[in-house]
Design a protein around this ligand. Structure first.
Ligand code: SAM
Length: 215
């Protein structure tokens, strides 16, 4: 009965996203329904909304879900906000109380450069890379995530920019995903496109998510 509830809830959320101006999040829920992950890792927890939605979608298939969330939480400040073209997250405590009843939750506070190496002996089924947006940070997140990846692990990157060749040198996942080996990974640009006003280059930018699966 609970599984039907989670399925209806997730289909409703997908529909809501498809009708909204944040369409690309439908990709994430669609992939969770398709690949049925038990262990989910998210870089960039922010408000915990996506975490809750991914966990609920995963619970259509499995009762016991593990979620690993990485964020700066209370360590975010104005300087980092600008450097990472980021957002101000909720506190670690707030996120934990929001998610703790849904799944087995482990939260890691700090720069992913320091915190990703702290998670040891763990392979996961699904990774959402959506933390710092500087190319340097996304590249380091991708490299540090390699040890969590096994055959068929899905990795979704947010922030693949479409209509600007300048911003991708500093921000977004374009440079990182373009370097990923096609021999080792199936990879493609996701379908749905959103847009936002970028203060970096004072224009409306279009962006998508990028899908990678270990062969
Ligand atoms: C765009 S938000 C994440 C959105 C979230 N994934 C979602 O779908 O709602 C980016 C998050 O990454 C965190 N962040 C930015 N740079 C980081 C870094 N270097 N290490 C860890 N977390 C970082 C921010 O605190 C922020 O909460």
């Amino acid at each position: 009965m609970k599984r039907i509830y989670y399925l209806i809830l997730t289909l409703y959320r997908i529909l809501k996203y498809l009708l909204s101006d944040t369409k690309r999040y439908a990709n994430i829920l669609f992939f969770v329904l398709m690949y049925q992950p038990k262990k989910i890792l998210e870089i960039g927890v922010y408000t915990g909304r996506r975490a809750k939605e991914m966990i609920d979608a995963a619970k259509v298939f499995n009762n016991k879900i593990e979620y690993f969330g990485f964020d700066l939480f209370e360590m975010m400040n104005k300087k980092i906000l600008k450097e990472e073209m980021s957002k101000i997250p909720n506190s670690k405590k707030n996120i934990y109380s929001k998610l703790r009843k849904s799944a087995k939750i482990r939260l890691f506070k700090g720069y992913t450069d320091n915190t990703l190496p702290k998670l040891k002996n763990t392979k996961v089924d699904f990774i959402f890379i959506d933390g710092g947006h500087a190319v340097k940070t996304i590249n380091s997140d991708w490299i540090k995530c390699q040890k969590f990846i096994k055959k068929n692990t899905i990795v979704v990157f947010d922030d693949y920019y479409l209509n600007d060749s300048r911003i991708i040198k500093k921000f977004g996942c374009n440079i990182v995903v373009n370097k990923i080996s096609k021999k080792l990974f199936e990879k493609r640009l996701c379908k749905l496109t959103d847009s936002f006003y970028s203060n970096y280059n004072n224009k409306v930018l279009q962006y998508k998510m990028y899908y990678v699966r270990k062969k």
